[in-house]
Design a protein around this ligand. Structure first.
Ligand code: FO1
Length: 304
């Protein structure tokens, strides 16, 4: 079964890793959000691409989910000593990724080509694609005005109250080379348990429509996220955070929805949105959980 998965952030990367463990490499493409990308310290940084790639390559820091394991922090500590910005924690090995990506982008190379080469270097077999090769930047409208995504997410630690989102550049952004083909040739499309507002929506705005059946895994369990501000964002937008709210967010295109056992009571309400449901243990606390949830998701898709 050929799968194209949309992902952003740590939760998305974990399910992508689960799918990579059970699908033949040629049957999995991961399309990654690039709205979190930004220029910082003169470096072009692509956090969601790196979180997905480091996770697939088993190089990721397992505590934070982002950045690399066994990092050292000499460079950023020296930047801090010199009075430079150290709020965005860049590890020494991670900086190598940003240096080489920045060099190649400045030489005019496409992000999708750079990502392909980085995956080869890291031994990642499935195809990982940025949603687009052009610059798209998520801007968070908040009670403190508009904030660049990483300013909101890391520097302000998601404290400002959100009022809405804008994806600068999305109107003229074409899907990256291979994205349309991956969506067309897939048997099903999986929305990994990522933030609907700032990880999945930017991708949907770039790819526009998806003809194949769509299945989403809820990033919200018991009204909360494991990590990240998705539940807080729903609440600040006047929507009660729940797995139902996530299914409702995608209702126009959803064929199936995977919700956690903790939210089993919401199953009927979600089915009434017109989609099939699977109640599963969607927490991925251990690496083995990733393949298990991926397997259960594929079984669910095959059953329909
Ligand atoms: N997230 C943080 O909360 N604090 C950080 O200092 C931080 C640094 C960082 C460095 C490289 C990278 O690829 C990701 C990093 N992230 C950090 C995560 C980043 O903010 C992502 O945008 C989130 O994971 C949301 O997708």
């Amino acid at each position: 079964m050929k799968i194209t998965a949309l992902a952003g952030g740590v939760g998305g990367a974990k399910l992508a890793h689960g799918l990579a463990q059970i699908l033949p490499a040629e049957d999995l493409t991961v399309v990654v959000n690039t709205g979190d990308d930004f220029e910082h310290l003169g470096l072009s940084i692509c956090p969601d691409l790196d979180t997905v790639c480091y996770t697939l390559a088993e190089l990721a820091n397992s505590e934070t989910g982002w950045g690399r394991a066994d990092e050292t922090w000499n460079v950023i500590s020296n930047v801090e000593k010199l009075g430079g910005p150290a709020w965005f924690r860049l590890g020494d090995a991670d900086i190598g990724t940003h240096l080489e990506r920045t060099r190649r982008l400045k030489a005019g190379e496409a992000l999708s080509q750079i990502t392909k080469d980085f995956c080869a270097a890291w031994g990642i077999k499935p195809t990982v694609l940025p949603m687009t090769d052009s610059a798209v930047r998520t801007v968070v409208d908040s009670d403190e005005g508009e904030l660049a995504f990483q300013e909101y997410f890391v520097h302000r630690q998601c404290q400002p109250r959100v009022k809405g989102f804008r994806f600068e550049g999305v109107a003229s952004a074409q899907p990256a080379v291979g994205v349309k083909e991956a969506l067309r040739s897939a048997d099903a499309v999986i929305f990994c348990p990522s933030n609907p507002w700032v990880s999945i929506d930017p991708i949907l705005q770039v790819v526009k429509e998806i003809e194949k059946p769509v299945f989403a895994v809820s990033p919200i369990i018991g009204g909360k996220t494991i990590k990240g501000p998705a539940a807080k964002m729903f609440a600040e937008l006047g929507i009660e955070p729940s797995a139902y709210a996530v299914a409702e967010h995608y209702r126009a295109i959803l064929r199936g929805f995977i919700l956690d056992v903790e939210d089993a009571a919401l199953e009927n309400k979600i089915q009434n949105l017109g989609c099939a449901t699977l109640v599963a243990n969607t927490r991925m606390n251990h690496p083995a959980d990733r393949a298990r949830l991926a397997e259960e998701t594929l079984q669910f898709i095959r059953s329909l």
